[in-house]
Design a protein around this ligand. Structure first.
Ligand SMILES: *Cc1c(COP(=O)(O)O)cnc(C)c1O
Length: 408
């Protein structure tokens, strides 16, 4: 398996929408085929439309707040005595994380399609919060599908979604969590697609949703490649781009523009608590290929092939699957994947927030944990850039509980 140069990664699929012949595809019921085909046709037209690109750029600058900062972490670098460490502070984007790029683009597409309603799924509630935010901004009526179990344990996000004027649809089937929320959302879309647009919150799901999401988050590396060239005069020879991976949308966005360069990509999955056998790291743990949410991918599963239980301190990474794009990058050896435990992520959060003026949420703290392991083994000429893709404020209760105090 080999990544092709000069072709956008999202377009490197075959006629069945599979990457590397093995990952992705559209494994959906017959009733979903037509709405997916319509959305595919619309998006392929829009992404070539100069006026649409201009509109996207306008809202990225004037609503999301692009470009987000690129800063040197001098204190952390001095402390670890090895590589020079930098951060792309994506948490400065409106809403405090990268999910706003995808949510914004989906709202723009919905408007172009003449749809008045937008729906989306959410697990821990961040995807729902961001979509309800963007829906409010763009005047769309919004429904968020959320597992009944998640509703009861994610109250702050539930409140935020309601405050943004969206309706929460409780999903009471199956495990009453994200997996069921996605299925229910897709079912609703089939019967309402004439008036309603659907958003999937990461680079997962049927192919078109992977494409739209990766195309949206690519804004991160479009900014970064200029910022890096400004800082160093050219692209540094030895450069590592480290990103946490849940569904994989922030990592795809962080790496996209560097795909044909020598930059090394490192994805960090959620290893879960040290004492537990459970994790949310299908790539690190050589999980088997399975079908999840309409696409083939490496997925955490039990011996019978049922979707397996996962565990992680970080809600955003607690997902049994992983984007088919990352499966492709792994098998083609273009990216390397590892994991960090709950404890390592907490330790990394503590060190970074003590030494620097940034406060990464628990997801990017996994990426910082790998940077902290790696930096002392490298030299001053080695550059590490971490995507600090979320702000810790959302994790304040967990951090306070685990570390005894929380200071942002
Ligand atoms: C949702 C989320 C993630 C995980 O999703 P990806 O699609 O892998 O990016 C990571 N970080 C933050 C801050 C999130 O909110």
């Amino acid at each position: 398996m080999r990544i092709k140069k000069g072709i956008a990664l999202i377009d490197q699929h075959d006629k069945n929408f599979m990457y590397g012949g093995k990952f992705g595809g559209n494994f959906v019921p017959e009733t979903l085929k037509k709405p997916i085909e319509d959305l595919t046709n619309l998006f392929e037209k829009l992404r070539k439309d100069k006026k649409f690109i201009k509109e996207r750029n306008y809202y990225f600058e004037n609503y999301v707040g692009a470009p987000t900062p690129f800063i040197k972490l001098e204190n952390l670098s001095d402390h670890l005595k090895g590589a020079q460490i930098y951060a792309k502070v994506v948490s400065e984007a409106n809403g405090g994380a990268h999910k706003i790029y995808n949510a914004t683009v989906h709202c723009l597409i919905a408007r172009k399609a003449g749809k008045k309603y937008i729906i989306g799924d959410t697990g821990a509630g961040y995807a729902g919060k961001m979509l309800s935010m963007a829906a409010k901004k763009f005047g769309l009526k919004c429904k968020i599908f959320m597992g009944a179990k998640d509703i009861s344990r994610q109250k702050p996000n539930v409140d935020a979604i309601k405050k943004n004027g969206a309706i929460i649809v409780p999903v009471k089937t199956g495990s009453q969590t994200l997996v069921d929320a996605v299925s229910e959302c897709m079912r609703y879309w089939v019967s309402n697609c004439d008036t309603t647009h659907m958003c999937v919150g990461s680079t997962v799901g049927p192919n078109i949703f992977i494409k739209i999401c990766a195309w949206s988050t690519a804004q991160i590396s479009r900014e970064l490649i200029h910022q890096v060239k400004d800082e160093f005069g050219k692209l540094p020879k030895k450069m590592r781009l480290i990103n946490c991976v849940g569904g994989g949308s922030s990592a795809m966005g962080f790496w996209n523009e560097f795909m044909d360069t020598d930059a090394e990509f490192i994805g960090v999955e959620a290893g879960g608590p040290k004492k537990s056998k459970l994790h949310a790291a299908p790539l690190t743990n050589s999980s088997k290929i399975g079908i999840l949410h309409g696409a083939a991918q490496y997925v955490v599963q039990d011996k019978e092939g049922q979707i397996g239980l996962t565990e992680s301190i970080s809600a955003g990474l607690d997902y049994p699957g992983i984007s088919p794009l990352h499966c492709y990058l792994k098998d083609a050896r273009r990216a390397r994947y590892t994991s960090a435990s709950d404890e390592e992520a907490l330790k990394a959060f503590k060190l970074v927030s003590r030494l620097e003026n940034i406060s990464p949420s628990l997801e990017p703290s996994h990426a910082f944990a790998e940077a902290i392991r790696l930096a002392p083994k490298l030299n001053f000429s080695d550059i590490i850039i971490v995507n600090s893709c979320g702000d810790s404020i959302k994790d304040k209760d967990i951090i306070k509980n685990k570390l005894g105090s929380y200071i942002r």
